[in-house]
Design a protein around this ligand. Structure first.
Ligand code: HGY
Ligand code: MN
Ligand code: MN
Ligand code: MN
Length: 410
């Protein structure tokens, strides 16, 4: 169907990978940084060059749009997130944006303008890597993140969320405006970030549900003290308290078993020097499960355990729940459409659940939504070694284009 070449796809990926490139071949492109803004502006030019009208919304989500000739008020949306984790790979997020506009470009080249409007979205932020707030872009699509939700958030350098946002030229949305009612469907193409497709030699994964996720920022406050003159029994060592919490919670997670996952990804002792007993530890906890009741039960128990450990060691603890997303089902009709599209292209595919969180889980609450995955080599992701065979990237784009054709041209 297409004139798109593997070389063009690779070139697009490399072009965006330059924004926030890290020495070992990864990308660090955090919300509202210069490299993030440069990548969004580069995309804006790219979308305009294929005839799309482009616009940023208040918070920095970027849209590219081709008006439908017959039903312009009905919009088919596809895209993903422009931000990355620290030293992430070249595909997580940005490949879903590149695939969306390449698929649409091919459709317009092959069939002319669509009957319904086609829109690409580059979401401002999904990872929660700079500030502990996930899905900031998609959460502003059909609603408005409130000032109090980000008021106390700072990045690792102490820059506040609001300073970063205004410096980049963006602002919070005024209180929730009427949600868009024109979007008929949202499709997100993403790398699997796991090993199932590769192990089963499937080219396309079609997501049926996305895991439930609870993310916390937690502060333990003990007492900084002299490493040489403070006897062990006098210490209020926040790092020892954190370690106890981490080991005990991890043991409970292992006991409960798959698909529960528990991650203490960020741990910042203060003052973090060799000869001072850590007076404070700021850390994050990320817990996920496919079953909402199990997730809630487990995290309630861990919260209780943390408070008990802190109290027993004479420390203060402050637990803030930052992300609280229940598991989400994808839209059955969109799932069936993706299955049909993969079959049409004779691509081996399978239905599957997503252990990773995605913008699709936020958008699915408002419009019919589905996701398709392409295999991750070795299942590696959130790592510069993240990679997918070019033939699989192409297959993902073709499958997406086939589904978009059904939605926008029929
Ligand atoms: O953490 C995740 O699952 C996603 O990459 N934000
Ligand atoms: Mn990610
Ligand atoms: Mn992602
Ligand atoms: Mn995502």
């Amino acid at each position: 169907m297409f004139s798109l070449t593997e070389k063009e796809v690779q070139a697009q990926i490399e072009a965006f990978a330059q924004f926030g490139a890290t020495p070992d071949g990864g990308i660090t492109r955090l919300l509202y940084t210069e490299e993030w803004l440069a990548a969004q502006q580069f995309l804006q030019q790219r979308l305009a060059s294929i005839g799309m009208s482009t616009r940023f919304d208040e918070v920095g989500n970027l849209f590219g749009r081709i008006e439908g000739t017959k039903y312009p008020a009905e919009t088919i949306l596809s895209g993903s997130h422009m931000d990355t984790v620290v030293n992430g790979g070249k595909l997580d997020g940005q490949f879903g944006i590149i695939a969306a506009y390449l698929a649409m470009e091919q459709l317009i080249k092959t069939y002319g303008p669509p009957l319904r409007s086609l829109e690409v979205i580059s979401m401002a932020e999904e990872e929660g890597s700079r500030f502990p707030f996930n899905f900031f872009g998609s959460k502003n699509l059909f609603g408005a993140v409130k000032q109090q939700e980000i008021a106390d958030l700072t990045d690792i350098q102490g820059v506040t969320f609001e300073e970063a946002m205004t410096t980049a030229g963006f602002q919070l949305k005024a209180s929730a405006q009427p949600a868009r009612s024109d979007i008929q469907a949202f499709l997100e193409l993403h790398i699997e970030q796991g090993k199932i497709l590769e192990t089963e030699e499937k080219t396309i994964g079609i997501v049926t549900s996305i895991v439930g996720q609870k993310c916390y920022t937690i502060v333990l406050k003990g007492e900084a003290n002299h490493a040489g003159t403070t006897p062990m029994s006098y210490r209020k060592d926040a790092l020892v308290a954190f370690s106890t919490i981490c080991v005990e919670a991890t043991a409970k997670a292992k006991l409960l078993g798959d698909p529960l996952v528990l991650t203490f990804g960020q741990v910042i002792p203060k003052p973090n020097v060799t000869n001072v007993v850590a007076g404070e530890v700021h850390f994050t906890m990320d817990c996920r499960h496919t079953d909402e009741a199990t997730l809630n039960r487990f995290t309630t128990e861990i919260e209780k355990d943390m408070k008990k450990t802190a109290q027993a060691m004479g420390l203060m603890i402050d637990i803030q729940l930052r992300t609280d997303e229940a598991p989400v089902q994808m839209d059955a009709a969109c799932v069936a459409l993706l299955q049909k599209s993969a079959e049409k292209l004779q691509l081996p595919s399978r239905l599957m659940h997503s252990g990773a969180g995605h913008d699709a889980e936020i958008i699915a609450k408002f419009v019919p939504t589905a996701m398709l995955f392409v295999p991750s080599i070795g299942g590696i992701s959130h790592n510069p070694a993240e990679a997918t065979a070019l033939k699989d990237l192409m297959a993902g784009i073709e499958t997406l284009a086939t589904a978009l054709y059904e939605l926008a041209y029929i």
